[in-house]
Design a protein around this ligand. Sequence first.
Ligand code: PLP
Length: 247
Amino acid sequence: MKHVLIIAGTDSSGGAGLSRDVATASAFGLPVCPVVTAVTAQTDKALLSAVPMPCKLIREQIRSAFDSRHIGAVKIGMLGSTENVRLVTQELRDRHVPVVLDPVLRSTSGSSLLTGDAADTLMRELLPVADLVTPNRPELTALSRVPDADHARQVAALNAHAVLVKGGHDSGETCTDTLFDRQGIKHFSSPRLSRSKRGTGCTLATAIACGLAAGLGLREACAQAKKHLLAWLCEGETPSLPPELRT
Ligand code: PLP
């Protein structure tokens, strides 16, 4: 069975990061190989600490995952340091497997999870290795260094294979994500909900990776992931425990 390789940081509040990715992949019935890049202590309101894992440990986690399992797709979330960005780039460069990169720059509470230098390295070195990068508006502005109003120029500046710009930070009755890929532009819209949850970026990127691992094309995987995100925001993960074991 194909596994999804998740390269991400942990979030002790359980809202975002690796645990969110694992829950998402489980909802798609796919097993994961978890690679921990950083450990964070945080609540919904504040980041208390964030410690990147040593490069050697990350390298060995990635190699042992590829050695032990059939990896159908890779999802990258928080990396935490320039060294980690470089290492993950090297480890994935020659693997023929779809890579979805969620360019995590800040915690939901607003603290930096990747310094400016590391973000530049991510932009120059890791981005070309990814089949899809999924920035929200602030991430797109920070990475492209092009003013916010000019979306097309921002996307062009990334020079990526494909970019899914998430519309969560926009306003209006619908929330539209825009995919720029080889075929052109495709919009994915859903009603904008008044409530939000942490971990929406993690959920969407992992759901896309699950679709790619299952053999869907990029556009189909994005459409399926958007539907999954909406269902999760409305209802929560589809429970797999039998009712008598749920509390
Ligand atoms: N990964 C970690 C470890 C985080 O703490 C966060 C946000 O706090 C994220 C990823 C990104 O979260 P989101 O899915 O809300 O963009």
